[in-house]
Ligand binder design. Sequence first.
Ligand SMILES: [Zn+2]
Length: 327
Amino acid sequence: MTITEEEIRPQHIFDEYLRLAKEDIQEYFVGAVCEEVLCPACGAKGEHAFRKSHFDYETCPDCKTLYVSPRPAAELFSKYYTQGKASEYWATTFYKETAEARREKLWKPKAQLIHSILERFSANDFSIVDIGGGYGIFAEEIAKLLKNEVTVIEPGTHLAEACRSKSLNVVEKFLENVVVGDLPNGAKAFVSFELFEHLYDPATFLENLFEVMGSSDLFIFTTLSGTGIDIQALWEDSKSVSPPHHLNFLNPHSAELLLQRLGFKVVEITTPGKLDIDILYNNASLIKDRFWSNFVAMASDDMKAQWQELLASSGWSSHMMIVCQKP
Ligand SMILES: [Zn+2]
């Protein structure tokens, strides 16, 4: 199945979302006291990369993680996400307009992909715990493929309600407040999609998760890889680099470092992305690199598809998927 950026993230809707986010930044973040943070993956001191929409990004000289530093206080992010105009627009207009396209193009394939990974570990032994499950579309789709129950951890009141109306098990909490008793018994596969890049403190998130995981439980998650081609070639003009949302761009190498440091066993890190070249094509005038600039101008659709496959299979797409386990 082919997939384009326009189908799952229509430009006019996405642009309006980014416009509202800019207004919210003025309201919540401009003038806030900021604190310098070290590389969220390896702890090294970063080097300034660029400034975008009042946020400074640094890159780690050691592991190449791209991240926001200094950072305004965590409470401001909570406020932004619960009260901001952009978040409301995302939860209403964006979801409504794209829900069915995203179900078909994103969530069904993702459910199949997760199912195929779980099959290697005997799929039906696991119940699924979806952290930040949103509207529960992935949960609905994976529930069709598995025997065991599916639980959604979702702190947002409206989203949690939407999941309950679909008869999903819902834990209406932030992960840091979840206790083992909130979760189903037996082997669990925790999943989270496009959440990690938003986290204020990725290491603390992983430590909290580790606490509630049982031995041999899995954690499968997707996040943006900062060494992915569209992010590298567009850099500060990449729409994925969108403060205040995306604070951490790890990469296959730095994600492995972080997970191992915290005691996880890394099973595999892949970049099964499909959109990098399409994103470059849609942002051709912003590409910083001559090769990619000429490539998107001249390559045939077949060539683009070939390169997309190569990027994905060799770990250089910006869409990263990680499978790890608590030993
Ligand atoms: Zn680092």
